[in-house]
Design a protein around this ligand. Sequence first.
Ligand code: GLU
Length: 380
Amino acid sequence: MPQTDYKATLIEPVRRLVVKVGSAVLSEAEGLRADVIENLAGQIDTIVRGGREVVLVTSGAIAAGRARLGRRGATIAERQAAAATGQIELMRQWAKAFDARGRTVGQLLLTHQDVAERKRRLNAMHTIQTLIAADVIPVINENDTVAVEEIRMGDNDVLSSLVAGMVQAELLIILSDVAGVLTGDPRKRPDARLIPLITDPEAEMRGLVAESAGPLGSGGMATKLKAARQAARAGISVIITSGRSRDALEMALNPARENGTLILPARTRLKSRKHWIAFALRPAGVLAVDQGAADALRSKGRSLLASGIREVRGDFTSGDCVSLLDSEGVEFGRGLVNYPAVDVLKVKGRRSEEIARLLGYKVADEIVHRDNFVLIEDLA
Ligand code: GLU
């Protein structure tokens, strides 16, 4: 079926969408491209006037800061200094462009913790919702100046898909410097062509991610595909298209026009809690389990009991996310653990009836309850 057949049913009813614009679209060596920003603000204004709600995720702070400071430093501190300068410039230009259309913008700078920790996530969600209700365009970037390597999301593709999930958007449009998802790396394969439609993101994208992971690197097509799969698992449609054409957003939303790559929502969607466990949280430790436990979790929908645990790594506390490894050492799931690492160490390999005696307390029979567990081997 052509892309447009799906667009009619998926895109037409969209009320809320997230638009992500990459640095490659917004900037060049001399800094930000005011003409591109103005044009995009105009397109977003038209969408909002048409009755839809738009949340904007914009990169470009580091690129703008580097141009302003005249340095291309590669250290974290230098990138952060560039972002500190460039974020102001970036927002100034967006604010000016929207202001010319009588629109106000609100800035949110988020770190990984802000989307991972329940309270902070709720807070950010409420702020975004309040901004939308007040007819303000929320403009989001990663808080690059404080996000050190371990807590960085690293790229705004992933941030935009997490934001889309947070605000329950129905559509994520990723504006990039390429026309969409291609069959291969165009620098290596001259015959690479655009894939207009991905109907089964799980199956079709696995190969594509592998193909594009190497040469295009971080922030390249690999991270866009990862972000798209995450969004797809939350039931969100994704369009990856070129941000350079003057009517990119209008074309993306036009059900009669085919452009870029449309990725359909996954057939099996994760509930928001499981999506959060699988994608927003970072594991604080590892539980290696035996074959029986791995099978019970994988195919029988059971919880993880102490008896199946063989090894405990990391210094997690109860409620943290842990990664589960099977007997081959392959990660197959993630879940929230009911006991801290020191206590899991004491009960591993033992029967659930022994927990109270061994620890002097008991919060649950399960170490990881099935409601707090998500299989991730097909999501990796
Ligand atoms: N947050 C970075 C910036 O604004 C960009 C990260 C990315 O390119 O995805 O410069």
